[in-house]
Design a protein around this ligand. Structure first.
Ligand code: SF4
Length: 384
């Protein structure tokens, strides 16, 4: 009987899947439609430094009549990227790299950089160094990472990241999931991915992937899909269906994204994003203050400005749309910006590299021009 029900559910799922869309990936700007020749020449210089990649599905979401279109800002290079700004490894990830492609910063969580390609490249990416030819930090062979996790029983969370793990082939991803599920102390496997936004057909077309989710997302040991929607316009029908498929396959979905100038730096836009994410079962989880990364100047917002937009958006939605925290992923830990008043900015360590910092409350002098905690002057520190 149960088998019959399962067969009928599977066949109805197959029927609902829409026909495969031919998505083409492009790496040359001149293959993107609608960029005028005079602009193209300037932007190609930018993409020589910070590589460009997109696909036909995502490019089709752009309103080319609007030069300030948020989806366009997200993937089409801008000349201002060449301005001096930040470092390539803004959070010093190198310092927590314990083996090639393996980062261990917080006691119970290990990151595996298992891929160095994404469905498109976000212009504001803080890991853009991975896409550069002279950087080789991700791994094809996961055995070293798996061995490391096996020998660290305190690790109960593993984040697959990169790059985008869903750009990998399904057999490769399945091998990693299988190897992780064989380690009894690994409870949560997170998959950090923007594919539901960049190319939802990656999920919709792949029944083997969904089957793998069903197999490895267990009642007491879930897979979490850490989605990355930046703007409500990315929540298209196929994108929503992609999330629905993951949920039906037993995967918990949440969303994390940065606040990005020209994309979502507007309380109404952010409130709409948070609300819609809550409707589709992909709760807002983190909103990140952008790390001062080389090339990211045009997308950066000062902390106070970001906090104002976040707090205004935050209180427009229901409780479920209000689950995001506004945080900075600093090299010392994840620092939550909890409040700003006329004089001060109040923060707390939500995660900390040094366990003694966890929960530490901090007060800084307000500076409306500061983009990062290192630019602020502390008032005092209180351990709570
Ligand atoms: S999906 Fe993530 S890793 Fe990939 S380009 Fe965008 S921000 Fe960077």
């Amino acid at each position: 009987m149960l088998q019959q029900i399962r067969r009928s559910v599977e066949s109805s799922e197959k029927r609902k899947i829409q026909p495969r869309r031919r998505i083409r990936y492009i790496r040359k700007l001149d293959m993107a439609p609608n960029i005028p020749a005079n602009e193209l020449e300037k932007l190609e210089k930018v993409s020589e430094k910070y590589v460009f990649r997109a696909n036909t599905y995502y490019l089709n979401l752009i309103d080319w009549d609007d030069p300030a279109d948020p989806i366009r800002q997200l993937i089409i290079p801008r000349e201002e990227e060449l301005r001096e700004w930040g470092k390539l490894d803004a959070c010093n990830e190198e310092a927590v790299t314990v083996a090639k492609g393996v980062q261990h910063k917080y006691k119970d969580t290990v990151l595996l950089l298992c891929n160095e390609v994404c469905g498109a490249y976000c212009r504001y990416c803080f890991r853009k160094r991975l896409f550069m030819d002279d950087h080789d930090e991700s791994i094809n062979d996961m055995s070293q990472g798996i061995r490391y996790i096996k020998s660290h029983p305190e690790v109960n969370n593993v984040l697959l990241t990169g790059g985008d793990p869903l750009v990998m082939s399904t057999p490769r991803l399945v091998n990693i999931l299988k190897a992780l599920r064989e380690i009894s102390h690994v409870k949560i496997i997170r998959i950090g991915t923007k594919m539901p936004a960049f190319n939802p057909w990656r999920i919709l077309d792949d029944l083997t992937l969904l089957e793998a989710f069903r197999t490895f997302s267990l009642e007491e040991k879930r897979i979490y899909l850490m989605a990355h929607f930046d703007h409500p316009r990315e929540l298209t029908k196929p994108a929503i269906e992609g999330i629905a498929r993951c949920l039906k396959s037993g995967v918990i979905c949440v969303n994390q994204c940065p606040i990005i100038k020209g994309v979502n730096d507007d309380a109404a836009v952010l409130a709409e994003l948070f609300a819609k994410l809550s409707y589709i079962g992909c709760s807002p989880y983190y909103l990140f203050q952008g790390r001062p990364t080389a090339g990211n100047k045009p997308y950066a917002l000062p902390i106070v400005r970001g906090w104002k937009i976040f707090s205004e958006a935050h209180y427009r939605g229901s409780g479920l749309a209000r689950r995001a925290r506004f945080v900075m992923s600093h090299e010392t830990g994840k620092i939550e910006i909890t409040a700003v008043d006329d004089q001060y900015i109040y923060m707390r360590y939500h995660e900390a590299g040094n366990p003694a910092d966890l929960g530490r409350f901090m007060i800084y002098h307000r500076d409306d021009h500061a983009y990062w905690i290192d630019q602020l002057k502390p008032v005092k520190r209180i351990i709570q």
